[in-house]
Design a protein around this ligand. Structure first.
Ligand SMILES: [Zn+2]
Length: 61
């Protein structure tokens, strides 16, 4: 089983690569700015790529 173009990095399955998102809290602060927080994906910690957990090659001795 060979893939013609193997992906360089695995996309995080939890967030599909959208590792961080700005979430509006509703309302504005006293400067008139929209209040947002940035949430990072807890699975990939904001990297958008899944951590390499398995190494199939060379796993068996
Ligand atoms: Zn993620």
């Amino acid at each position: 089983m060979t893939h013609p173009t193997p992906p360089r990095a695995r996309i995080c399955p939890a967030c599909d690569g959208f590792a961080s998102a700005a979430i509006t809290l509703g309302g504005r602060d006293r400067h008139g700015h929209l209040r947002t927080i940035t949430a990072h994906c807890p699975t990939c910690h904001g990297t958008g790529t899944a951590p390499a957990r398995r190494t199939r090659e060379g796993a068996r001795a």
